[in-house]
Design a protein around this ligand. Sequence first.
Ligand code: CA
Length: 247
Amino acid sequence: MSEVRVGLVIEDDQDIRELVRVVLSQAGFDVHTASTGSAGVTSARELNPDVITLDLGLPDIDGFEVARQIRKSSDAYIIMLTARAEELDTLMGLEAGGDDYLTKPFRPRELRARVEAMMRRPRASSDVKSAPEEADPEMIHNGLAVSAGSRTAILNGTELKLTRTEFDLLLALLETGRIVRTKADLARRLRNEPYDVGSYVSDADERAVEVHMGNLRKKLGDSIQGPRWLETVRGVGYRLAPAANNN
Ligand code: CA
């Protein structure tokens, strides 16, 4: 792990900005900061950070819009920091492109735990240290080709721009096929926990899975009624849609 990881803190409150900067520095990041939304969007484009903490209440552009702007050029892991515990805000934040969120006031060690869980998830093929001859199993389902090694998803010759969270959810369904994955199971998968440890998953965590699945469905152009990939099992979770006959 000699590669330097870059963190970006977008926060207008100086005290919180400094607190988050210290937490990320201690987690081994080369940390940059921005105190406005527009500066944050510019820094995200220039620095290509691995992780971004994004305050939702910024003086110039609101945090949701900042997330949408950043998502145009970045697959960084975005943790949204919200002053309000309202579920609507967090769901809107995830819809706008956030991966995770924390409500202020938060404990530094909580932020550190989120960041470290994220770092255990590979980002791209260059991060994966595997023997060159080791096969990269590519999975193809209804015309969608997904490679776990290079973390790419290709549909009709075009690589989809998925966030890490979206990619991990897609991969989880491809791996288990027609077996139903519960939302709690998928939430644990996103924390990089084995699915049988039974750790606590809140309602909000399950809502977050629903929002990420919705975003993924949009990017795939998949339909709820006649899914090609993401089949919703009402009240339970998700599974891979069956293979189409004409495929
Ligand atoms: Ca603020």
